[in-house]
Design a protein around this ligand. Structure first.
Ligand code: PRP
Length: 190
């Protein structure tokens, strides 16, 4: 089996990474899975009286959310929440810096929280607590990646793209020190 880990030396050398090595999850597999999730989610929310509210966790989930939104066959609004737990390294700092909540009123609305990766679970659980204060009609979580080996807090995930082994990954919105989000596939950094 070919090695799916991507070697990246200096962070500044971002450009040569594009197209280098084999992704752990190719752009084509991601696209197929996101379409499936779009159908699943559209089925679950098919009978809503009001549009679904997709609350996207900045920044990593934006790429996934943009594709997921376009895979839905139901009306959906888009809101954003800012949370950050990583510094510039590959391990969580363990602290969730919660900075910015959504704009729109959420009381009585059906919320789909959209995340790129659930790792320790701290980010999502902090945001879920905040969102529940708005008394939504329902609150579910969709994540592109689930890395359960690093879980510290139990999190209910309703829609999962892929379960991941314990490796640091980049691409399709996920970063290392703010870079590599533009890669179309998901790569292991190591
Ligand atoms: C990453 C990722 C998730 C979170 C997952 O965000 O995008 O939001 O960490 O880790 P956890 O389950 O251990 O909390 P990050 O803080 O790197 O911010 P970013 O999305 O802006 O890159």
């Amino acid at each position: 089996m070919s090695d799916t880990r991507l070697s990246i030396a200096p962070v500044k050398a971002a450009a040569p990474v594009r197209g280098a090595g084999k992704p752990m999850i190719s752009a084509r597999r991601i696209a197929r899975r996101v379409r499936e999730l779009g159908h699943e989610i559209s089925d679950v929310y098919a009978d809503l009286d009001q549009p679904l509210v997709m609350v996207v966790i900045l920044k990593g989930a934006t790429v996934f959310a943009a594709d997921l939104l376009r895979s839905l066959s139901i009306p959906a609004e888009l809101e954003f929440v800012r949370a950050s737990s990583y510094g510039t390294g590959t391990a969580s700092s363990g602290r969730v810096k919660f900075a910015h909540l959504v704009e729109g009123p959420l009381t009585g609305r059906d919320i789909l929280l959209v995340e790129d990766i659930v790792d320790s679970g701290r980010t999502v659980s902090t945001i879920v607590k905040e969102l529940r204060r708005h008394h939504p009609a329902s609150l579910r979580l969709a994540t592109l990646l689930d890395r359960p080996a690093r879980r510290e807090i139990t999190v209910d995930i309703h829609f999962t793209g892929f379960r991941m082994p314990h490796r640091f990954v980049i691409g399709y919105g996920l970063d290392y020190a703010g870079l590599y989000r533009e890669l179309p596939g998901i790569y292991s950094l190591g």
